[in-house]
Design a protein around this ligand. Sequence first.
Ligand code: AMP
Ligand code: MG
Length: 334
Amino acid sequence: MHTELCHADDASIRRAAALLRAGELVAFPTETVYGLGADALNGGAAARIFAAKGRPADNPLIAHIAGESDLSGLIAGEPVPCARALMRAFWPGPMTLIFPKSARVPREVTAGLDTVAVRMPSHPVARALISAAQTPIAAPSANRSGRPSPTTAAHVLEDMDGRIPLILDGGPCEVGLESTVVDVTGARPRILRPGGVTREMLEGVVGAVDVDEGVLHQLQAGSQARSPGMKYKHYAPRGEMTIVTGPRAAQEIARLYDAAGGRAAILAFSQADYGARRVYRLKNAPGELFAVLRQLDEDGVETIYAEDVPTNGVGLAVMNRLMRAAAFRVHNAE
Ligand code: AMP
Ligand code: MG
C-alpha cells in the first residue's frame, strides 16, 4: 500500500474523513501525539489498527469525540458528577476519561472490557476530522507497538509507511506526551496513565485523586492491569536505558559512561556538567522526550544513562514514560 503524506488542509481532511467512513485508517495530529484513527463504531476498521501497529489485542483504544453530544452514544448512563466537572475543566484537551461502555461500542475498541476510554482533543485538525467523519474516531498513538509515540508526521511515516493510506501533517504536537487517563468509574478518580493534565490540576477541580500502582512500578506477573497498556514494554529506544537516581547520580552517570566505552550516551534533564561526554539534554522534557528517544535510535546509541526527574506536575508523566523506556532498570547512586 502506498502511504500519502498530506498537509492537513480542508481538502485532505475531507479525503481523510471519507477514508475513515469507508473503514480505512488515517493518521492525524492531536495536541498530545499523532493518532492512528479508525471509525470507532466499526469493529472491522478498529481491528485494522491492531494489525497496522502490531498492537496486542488486549490493549484498548481511546475514542475521540468532537463535541459532548457524541458522548451519549459511547457510554452507558450519564457521566457521574466528578466526570462532568473534569470534562468542564479539561475538555477539549489532553485528558481521557474511562466510562462504562454502551452496547454500540464494538469489542475491538475496548479490547473486551466493559468500559470505554473517551477524549475530546483540542487540536483543530483532529476536531475538523472527527466532525467531517461524523463518527467518533478510535485512535491509539500512531507508532509501531513498543516504539516511542510519534510527535511529528515524519515519525509516523517512519513507523507506518506502506501500512496505511494517508497521514495528515499538522506540524509537531504541542504537548508531546499522551493524554492523562483517568478512571471515573470508582468511588474516587484514579490516574491510570499520567499525561499533560497533571494530578495537581485534576485535584484542583475534584479534590483527592488516586494514582494507580502501575504508573511508576512494574506490575507483578499475573496481576490485573487496570490500564492494559501499562503492562507492556513501551516508548522504548533500541538501546538499553538505565535511570540513575540519588544524590550522586551525575558522578555515577559519568563513571558508568566512561566504563561503557564509546557507544554510550547520557540523557540529561538537569544542568549537570558532563564535560566532553555525549549528552542529549532536554530543555522541555515532555515536549522533546519521544523525539529524543527516536534520535538515540537513529544515532545508533547502544547504552543510555538517564537522569531521573521529580515526579510533581508533568514530571510524573515524564517519569512514567522514562521508566518504561528503561524497562524499569533503575540504579541508585547513594
Ligand atoms: P495509546 O493511545 O496508544 O496510548 O493507547 C490508549 C491507552 O488507553 C492504552 O494504553 C490503555 O491502557 C488506555 N485505555 C483505553 N481504554 C481503556 C479502558 N477501557 N480502561 C483502562 N484503560 C484504557
Ligand atoms: Mg501508544
